[in-house]
Design a binder for this molecule. Sequence first.
Ligand code: UD1
Ligand code: CA
Length: 421
Amino acid sequence: MKDLKTIILAAGKGTRFKSDLPKVLHCVAGRPAIDHVLDVAKALGSLRTYVVVGHKANEVRKVIGSRAEVVIQKRLLGTADAVRSCAPHFRQARGTVLVMCGDTPLLDKAVVRRLVQAHHKAKAACTVLSAVLSEPHGYGRIIRDASGSFVAIREEKDASPSEKMVREINTGVYCFDAALLFSSISKIRVNPKKKEFYLTDIIELFLSRHRTVRAVVTEDWTANIGINTRADLALCERICRERILKKLMSCGVTIVDPATTYVEQDVRIGRDTIIYPCSYIHRDVQVGKGCSIGPFARLRPGTRLGAGVAVGNFTEVSRSTLGPGVTMKHFSFLGDARVGAGSNIGCGTVTANYDGKNKNRTVIGPKAFIGSDAVIVAPARIGAGAVLGAGSVLTANRSVPPGGVAVGVPARTIKRVKKNG
Ligand code: UD1
Ligand code: CA
């Protein structure tokens, strides 16, 4: 996408959300809502991305980091004012500006890409992404004349009864000719009812100057869903989750019950892995081929499972790497651990990785056998082929040598594993 810049509006208070945390920082599929919108800008090759912030600006800025430039909107005077606050960055602007809202995590990059393409093709001053809803209440309506030409966007509060019947709505995603946008934006007048400057009023302004404006309808009914309320947040979460699970299944992962399987974004799962019901896989997890997960398993960020790993019921793995063929079938917790290929983690094994101040590591070699109900107080090391007896407590800074057999509380090495041939 040549010469494309993006403005993401995220200064609003989010009053209906009733939260101390800025609305755009609430997570959908394990990532802040605004991250999903930043992803779209990145996927489209946006040369520069500006996020307009106001309410709790510093908190939003921290999350955005270096992924976009932050622009402060000093007073929340409406969507046109938010765009106008980016004007200093668009002196002698050329090219195209994409405007999106920071609270619409379901925006699909393919849908937005088609909008930008349609905008370029029509050589329009502005192209609006619209959608046809069965319940358009609350959205700005796309007003067309008798010939079907797009003539205005009317906000709910300003709409006449017949305009309120219109089901085609403004999703809040727009493409603009950069030069025309910034030479016109300050000409928008304040809305007398809401005392705000509406970006949507730019349509009539452009038309009065004989500029081309277009509204392109998307079939994607989710494009407009903003997280205005907690109920919206739950809806977005469900739709996003369904998309993730569908994609995994199309890549050869078996999901026994999608209704009770939760997989966040940034998760990679190899083919022929089976995920049993009531399992939760957080972001930043990688699972190899042919694994068996759950039922009732939780894989937390930083988990890496090699091929053929079995993680069964009531298990939790966090920031740990399990080599190929490791089995951990029941009631266990591994945190900050590395487990070598083919080891068995017995029922009820726990790594005590937190000493109240620090998280400590556990290293278990390949083909080790950890008996049921063992507690490994980290930092600890268990060598290749070693055995830790059932009910043992391996205390901190202790180790079991390769091939050693350790038992008891505290666990002591008593012998070597017998070599049977
Ligand atoms: C807006 C559109 C409406 C559209 C809807 C789609 C206008 C006037 N209306 O309405 O046509 O159907 O989005 O969701 O634009 N914001 C700022 N600064 C402000 C005000 C808002 O940055 O001063 C940001 C908000 O954080 C939000 C976005 O702009 O991300 C949209 O604002 P919001 O107040 O939610 O507009 P809507 O009433 O939903
Ligand atoms: Ca909104």
